[in-house]
Design a protein around this ligand. Sequence first.
Ligand SMILES: Cc1cc2nc3c(=O)[nH]c(=O)nc-3n(C[C@H](O)[C@H](O)[C@H](O)COP(=O)(O)OP(=O)(O)OC[C@H]3O[C@@H](n4cnc5c(N)ncnc54)[C@H](O)[C@@H]3O)c2cc1C
Ligand SMILES: NC(=O)c1ccc[n+]([C@@H]2O[C@H](COP(=O)([O-])OP(=O)(O)OC[C@H]3O[C@@H](n4cnc5c(N)ncnc54)[C@H](OP(=O)(O)O)[C@@H]3O)[C@@H](O)[C@H]2O)c1
Length: 535
Amino acid sequence: MSISPRPPIPSFLPENAPFTLEQRAWLDGLFAGLFGLQGGVTPLSKQDVTRLLPDLIDAPNEMSEDVDDGAPWHDPAMPLADRMKLAEGRPLPRRMMAAMAQQDCSQCGYNCKDYADALFAKKEKRLNLCVPGGKDTARALKQLYQELEIGAPKADAAPVPAVSAPGRSRDNPVEATFLSRRRLNKDGSNKETWHIEFDLAECGLTYEVGDSFGVFPSNDPALADAVIEALAAPPDFPIGGRTLRDVLIDGVTLSPAPDMLFQLISYLTGGERRQKAKALAEGHDPDGDAATLDVLAALQKFPGIRPDPEAFIEALDVLQPRVYSISSSLKCNPGRVSLTVDAVRYQIDNRTRLGVASTFLAGRVQPGDQIRVYVQKAQHFALPADPNKPIIMIGPGTGIAPFRAFLQERQATGAPGPNWLYFGHQRSDFDFFYEDELKEMRRSGHLTRLTLAWSRDGDEKIYVQHRMRDDGRDIWAWIERGAHIYVCGDALRMAKDVERALIDIVAAHGKRSAEDAARYVEDLKRNDRYQTDVY
Ligand SMILES: Cc1cc2nc3c(=O)[nH]c(=O)nc-3n(C[C@H](O)[C@H](O)[C@H](O)COP(=O)(O)OP(=O)(O)OC[C@H]3O[C@@H](n4cnc5c(N)ncnc54)[C@H](O)[C@@H]3O)c2cc1C
Ligand SMILES: NC(=O)c1ccc[n+]([C@@H]2O[C@H](COP(=O)([O-])OP(=O)(O)OC[C@H]3O[C@@H](n4cnc5c(N)ncnc54)[C@H](OP(=O)(O)O)[C@@H]3O)[C@@H](O)[C@H]2O)c1
């Protein structure tokens, strides 16, 4: 049977409208959604386009920023209010994208742009998928979503991931066996970072270096028990065929208390307490403690409320998976994957708060346990196709993870290109992750250069970007030889500072003005020669 080609989608735009093919396709999708595309269409006049999209027609460059992932408001280090201000007056999907906290971290299962487009098209209803943005992003999206409610229903404007193959997305995880963990810091370190291994042989999951690994965690049972005690509810209270305790352990998030919980509390209390609960549900902070209120702290703030356990569970958010950069190559570790995980623990009011997934991997999961996992394909984070190309990898702390994988892969494939790694952490005696492996690679010559930056060895903070500046002439020489540059780790501070250092190096050693140097680095990004995996 032959399949006839799909008829071309008719365009709403006049042929001479000043848009690229990509912009044209996006706008046609938008208009199709706005007007409900049934069949034939009458092209809009230029006046129509001008009226409908003043921003775009007058400033086509802004449109390319909208389509490009380098949208100016889309900066993980920028506070939400500033991002929203920058995106003011933009089309609704762009403003939704601006509400998201990290550029394409992929934890929601989409790119930020695709998540925004899916919400706009009403193909995705979950407003709380942005893990790094947490409650603030969810609130902003909720507000923006209300604009949609008053508009016409949108259709077909956005790509929504089709149901993926097993283990290829958060919506279709598979089970893998947890094998082991090994602490990477020596006793005496301020940090707690773990090398984690899973066996993939049974589930048959494969991955490429540069990909991330999604893990469905469960909450600390002791925290679930404390919540049950605060509720004064029976742990075996039945909820959807499971017990309240089980649902609290692996069904819902016990971290930031969601607005819905405060709303529920406001119905169950009166007077000043009701006003406070209502204010918290609306995103206000009447007592200055809103940021510290996880689910248990919220219940303790309003002691004595006795919500129906089912209504209580309904008010909580679903527990989300977390992703980790893969720190192994399948070619060196057949049937296995490893991760490099920093355990998040911090103290608030005499209680240690636990990052759910990192402490699950760091302690609660046991060898032999079956865990739901998936591979999150990397977008624009991969080794150069040409194995001869030099690579410069900048990965302090857990940022080393994908670079261990890159080095293993280039070793297994005999890639002749030179490899330069910048690693840094607090103290050389305690926090030198994979020290033996890296030193052996350095000795064998596989690691052409290894540059280390220890921030707490001496009086002066030495960070990777300080070492980069010292090496500016050589970095520039590698760039001129076609080097690809990679950055992984902390998005908020390190990644920005490293980019600044690189721009300064290009300016100083490439003999360019500051502006031209910034443009040069933008070009490296556009050509996939400057890639980041930051969180
Ligand atoms: C693409 C990608 C790759 C990643 N790769 C890695 C990796 O290789 N290794 C790695 O360790 N992580 C990595 N992460 C981060 C990881 O996904 C999780 O976000 C991290 O482990 C924390 O998750 P959690 O569930 O343990 O903590 P959560 O329960 O999500 O808690 C974390 C939250 O706790 C709060 N918090 C943390 N510390 C404090 C504090 N001191 N005071 C007050 N509040 C605080 C913050 O709100 C923070 O967002 C990656 C993230 C992405 C997006
Ligand atoms: N999104 C999340 O939920 C999440 C979860 C876990 C971790 N993270 C982030 O991921 C990062 C990774 O943590 P990690 O354990 O790998 O180590 P890290 O905290 O990033 O520290 C690694 C090294 O980087 C140094 N550093 C600090 N500021 C820097 C800067 N501006 N430029 C360059 N280096 C800098 C640190 O020095 P000093 O410590 O001496 O300053 C340390 O030597 C953390 O910063 C954290 O913010 C995010």
